[in-house]
Write a protein that binds this ligand. Sequence first.
Ligand code: SF4
Length: 341
Amino acid sequence: MNTAAASTELLLDVQGLRKHYATEHGWLGRSGGKVLAVDGVSFGIASGETLGLVGESGCGKSTTGKLILRLQDPTAGRILWRGQAIEALSQSQMRPVRRELQAVFQDPYSSLNPRIRAADIVAEPLRNYEALSDAAAHERVAQLFQRVGLREDQMVRYPFEFSGGQRQRLGIARALSVQPRLIVCDEPVSALDVSVQAQVINLLMDLQREFHLSYLFIAHDLAVVEHISHRVAVMYLGKIVEIAPKRAIFTRPLHPYTEALLDAVPVPDPAVRKQRRVLAGDVPSPMNPPPGCRFHTRCPLAEERCRREEPPLQQVQPGQWVACHLRQPATPLAVQEHTAA
Ligand code: SF4
């Protein structure tokens, strides 16, 4: 199933991706269970596209990013990178793919070696792929510094000498250094002040236009996701429950969980009173997900069938895929506006 935009080159095609972790053996020799962190996820990302991946903590969105980067091995499923299956490639076979698939992580400080100068941090991936003289490497790094809004005189500094936003710019420069096609951005701005968040997001969008980059943008902040994404996938307990163009997700969400997530977003206007649908109960354990629809224990619309049958992810509107028994393609759909009344 390819849920990506049809008209442009498909870079990444993820099919039925699974990551199950075996847990420790329990008391008295009882066998351990399995954590179904990612459980049958499929999506595509086209060239130049940003796919936002959202959901509550523990829903499997960061694990999905790590699987795509091959930082972890999937339990099952396929990861096609420009048509090539990469899910079972060895580390050496992954080398040319890694150049095209880079990452920017949430905490730039912990992802940057504190004992290495900024210039060497940015040059490191570059030197892994190209035999460059010191002068050529310096020039390339200086260009990258300038492009991400850092100064050339900062190249000799160590990571602790930068602010949080500057460190994230450093992480972006490092990812950019090998001219990637797709960058997995895992909560890249959630550790930053709000004003700095906007600067980093705008930088990512400028770089996308300039280099025709694609992003898998993993975040829990829906306002940020709305700003940067072309399409958005919503995850719940290891599965995608809705994937659609940004406008559809934010103006007429079709899955009850997407509706609840949007209802939880605060409205920055005291005159606007929002009618919230508050989710009841806690997120069930991924070790023991509910049968049928995984959302049925919290869904206000749940029916008997939802407790028994798992709803497939189906295209309900053009480009809008939803996993819900009440949202069938053949059924005339009432358009549900996400209103702030
Ligand atoms: Fe709710 Fe049932 Fe739809 Fe699941 S399938 S989201 S429980 S209505």
